[in-house]
Design a protein around this ligand. Structure first.
Ligand code: LLP
Length: 463
């Protein structure tokens, strides 16, 4: 690596500290389509554009930090998932990744269903007109109020997560004079290759009922005995940000194994299986996610093969991608405030947001990339760490990134692939106000979730 143009910045590759980076990219101005949404590019003046709008204009109109969500890209991903699985299967978008009323309307228009996991998500879905029968209600500890509301409005399915919940939902439904369609979530004992906090199919964690020791079979027995519920299938979600299809294959095999056991014991072929979400996306150019049609093909094949072997009718399959739909559709735009070169280490580039708008780096050691967005630069690459404005040294947005060495206060920088689990996990830490989500499409931008204000903060603080 040649000299950094920064007066006191890190200078040579041989003095670079350890980190998750290799060599700087050949062209710092390039925007890898793997990590940026489909309408992102650069204008002739060098500014990043999305849906034909320059980020400099977006920053002026909407301020920073802000998430910009590429609606065209979002809809295209919905369509890709829908078409990959076809009319014989159901795609439930996992609302926890990011949910707003505009998103609910897009999902509805694109023919997707919706997975919600709290009363708040259910309320958002209903208020934007998602038909209740297209909603699946999840959660390991749904409250009685939440269950009552879900049953009353007629959600398509409730995914039962424990023995207690089987009884709880059945009783509530019976009291309301309803028969609620349910699935039972099982843990299949797969060690998914992802961060410990987002792996969910091993046995020592809070979700689901283990297939091991016959527990799931016992759960099926109990569910079949209760009048308030109609057991329609088995659910498995093995974790999140997974690239390797092997875990899904094992899960599918084991779930089909349970269907066969149920058939043998009760003479019933449960009509549905849900294989959850969890498909990984590219946060950096090193990630290589599968396409929805590859995933659909792999899952359909394994389920068909296993069913054939067990002489079972092939059940209707559903999946619940969240991140794989919304993750790549948005970037976060920040304004650079302070640039602090640490000799022999790296340059700290502080932005006007941080761990309150993206907790994933601090929580999961997640990797992101970053690009200078307000202009093009031909300056030398400089090893940087993009940090926020919070009072915590773990407040890191991008741990290891190369930025042009002439980066300066007032520049706009953009972090791609922040559509999933960034706004939805945003906090008010340090009473920093949560950024808006702005949808952009065909040269137009509109706020779909507005920026939080000091009035919002003070309204909750009732003294
Ligand atoms: N279905 C169920 C039952 C889930 O629990 C989840 C995610 C999904 C579907 C969607 O998974 P996805 O396709 O989005 O990976 N906050 C973490 C991710 C937590 C995922 C929780 N459950 C992160 O930022 O990586």
């Amino acid at each position: 690596m040649s000299r950094s143009a920064h007066p006191a910045g890190p200078r040579h590759a041989d003095v670079l500290p350890e980190g998750h980076y290799t060599a700087p990219p050949a062209d710092l101005n390039a925007l890898d389509p793997k990590v940026w949404s489909q309408t992102v590019g650069r204008a002739t003046d060098g500014a990043v554009t999305v849906a034909g709008i320059e980020v400099t204009r977006l920053a002026e109109e909407f301020g920073t930090p802000a998430y910009f969500l590429d609606e065209t890209d979002f809809r295209a991903r919905c369509a890709a998932w829908r078409d990959a699985f076809g009319p014989g299967a159901d795609v439930f978008y996992a609302g926890k990744a990011f949910l707003s009323r505009a998103v609910v309307r897009w999902l509805h228009e694109e023919g997707l269903n919706l997975d919600v996991c709290s009363g708040g998500e259910l309320a958002t879905a209903l208020s934007a007109g998602m038909p209740a029968e297209r909603i699946a209600f999840h959660g390991n500890n749904k409250s009685e109020d939440e269950i009552e509301r879900a049953v009353s409005v007629g959600v398509g399915r409730i995914v039962l997560d424990s023995f207690q919940e089987i009884v709880r939902v059945a009783h509530i439904a019976q009291r309301l004079g309803k028969r609620q369609r349910v699935q039972i979530r099982v843990t299949v004992g797969v060690e998914a290759h992802t961060h410990e906090f987002i792996a969910t199919a091993h046995e020592d964690q809070k979700f689901g009922i283990a297939l091991a020791d016959g527990l799931a079979a016992e759960a099926v027995r109990r569910a079949l005995e209760l009048d308030g519920i109609e057991l329609i299938g088995i659910h498995s979600h093995i974790g999140s940000q997974i690239f390797d299809m092997a875990g899904f294959e094992v899960a599918a095999r084991r779930v089909v194994g349970l269907l066969a056991e149920v058939r043998d014991e009760h003479g019933i072929e449960l009509p549905e299986i849900d294989l959850g979400g969890g498909l990984g996306i590219a946060y950096t150019s090193d990630d290589d996610p599968s396409e929805p049609h590859e995933i659909a093909k792999a899952l359909n094949e394994i389920v068909s093969r296993e069913c054939e072997a067990a002489e079972l009718r092939v059940p209707r399959i559903s999946v619940e991608p969240g991140r794989a739909i919304v993750g790549p559709t948005a970037f976060t735009l920040y304004t650079v405030g302070t640039v602090k070169p640490l000799e022999g280490l790296r340059t700290y580039v502080s932005v006007d947001g941080g761990m309150s708008d993206n907790i994933r780096t601090a929580l999961y050691d997640a990797e992101y990339t970053v690009a200078l967005a307000s202009r093009r630069s031909d300056a030398e690459p400089m090893l940087a760490r993009v940090v926020g404005k919070h009072c915590e040294s773990g407040d890191i947005v991008v741990k290891d990134a190369f930025l042009p060495a002439d980066i300066a206060p007032g520049d706009l920088i953009a972090v791609p692939a922040t559509g999933a689990y960034c706004r939805s996990m945003a906090s008010n830490y340090n009473h920093v106000l949560r950024p808006p989500v702005v949808a952009v499409r065909d040269g137009e931008a509109r706020v779909i979730v507005r920026r939080e204000t000091e009035e919002d903060l003070l309204r909750l603080d009732v003294g």
